[in-house]
Write a protein that binds this ligand. Structure first.
Ligand code: G
Ligand code: G
Ligand code: MN
Ligand code: NA
Length: 255
């Protein structure tokens, strides 16, 4: 079977895509903030595939929109299941491709997912890239405003790797920026990266945006980001992405 047919069936038959969950730690409250949902494809022959093996393929074949929608719905169903199991509420964030962000019925779709699963919008976060936000169009602004009005949170993923414009940071209703892990990876040794991160945090705070340090792998990086006023931490030092079952156990033991 052709790969795009296999992938389409995995989504449409709700059989083959899985979400893994990576925790984000809130340094101010010293509590779990939530999880980023990361999609994998359980391929019938090739095993469990990471997003790098199929996301750009899906974008090219016109399948990314149904995948992003499946992910958003699955993440909200998971939130509902954790809530029903009596766990304290957490935020779950999903990654959204520019293609899906620009679908004309996106806001209605988000609304339907929230009402079907009974999730309070404040617990869903949508991660967008700088590329998605780069186009300073009225359409982008209107969509962001409509999503904010729904009550979902919005963040910029992989911050610093795209064409950042201070203009959009000021203009758009964003909750947080996620500093790309390429800036974190060589800290604390690389003084230039340390200066850059410090500047990003100051700029974000002056615009009332919270900051996530991504790709934190060591205690030294954790301590440095905390000392610099970073709000949230994500990375292997806290935990690798986990299955939903492992994420449940992790919440029960750590929180
Ligand atoms: O899980 P992993 O670390 O390999 O993720 C790699 C990249 O794949 C992430 O940077 C993320 O932006 C992207 N990605 C993961 N899940 C999704 C998804 O559900 N939709 C889209 N569009 N991208 C995703
Ligand atoms: O959406 P985004 O592009 O930020 O996707 C996060 C990706 O980064 C996932 O593929 C995840 O597995 C990966 N990741 C998360 N934490 C770490 C880390 O501490 N180190 C490295 N090298 N990768 C990480
Ligand atoms: Mn992300
Ligand atoms: Na990222």
């Amino acid at each position: 079977l052709a790969q795009d047919q296999l992938l389409r069936e995995a989504v449409e038959k709700d059989h083959g895509l899985v979400l893994h969950y990576q925790p984000l730690w809130n340094l101010a409250t010293n509590r779990l903030e939530g999880f980023e949902a990361l999609v994998r494809w359980q391929h019938p022959e090739r095993g469990l595939l990471p997003p790098s093996e199929f996301i750009s393929f899906a974008e090219a074949r016109g399948l990314i929109s149904i995948i992003d929608r499946w992910v958003m719905r699955a993440a909200c169903k998971q939130l509902r299941a954790w809530c029903d199991a009596g766990l304290p509420s957490v935020v779950v964030s999903v990654n959204m491709s520019a293609i899906e962000f620009n679908q004309s019925n996106l806001v209605t779709e988000v609304q339907h997912v929230l009402s079907d699963t009974g999730i309070d919008p404040q617990w869903l976060e949508i991660e967008l890239t700088e590329t998605t936000l780069m186009k300073q169009s009225e359409h982008v602004l209107a969509t962001l405003n409509a999503l904010q009005k729904l009550g979902v949170r919005l963040s910029i993923d992989d911050f610093g790797t795209g064409y950042s414009s201070l203009a959009y940071l000021k203009r758009y209703p964003l909750d947080k920026i996620k500093i790309d892990r390429s800036f974190v990876k060589d800290t604390p040794e690389d003084a230039d990266d340390v200066s850059l991160i410090k500047a990003i945090i100051q700029m974000a705070h002056s615009l009332s945006l919270r900051v996530v340090g991504e790709g934190v792998e060591t205690k030294a990086q954790w301590d440095l980001l905390k000392a610099m006023g970073c709000d949230l931490i994500q990375g292997y030092y806290l935990s690798r992405p986990m299955t939903a079952e492992d994420a449940l156990r992790w919440q029960q033991h750590r929180c």
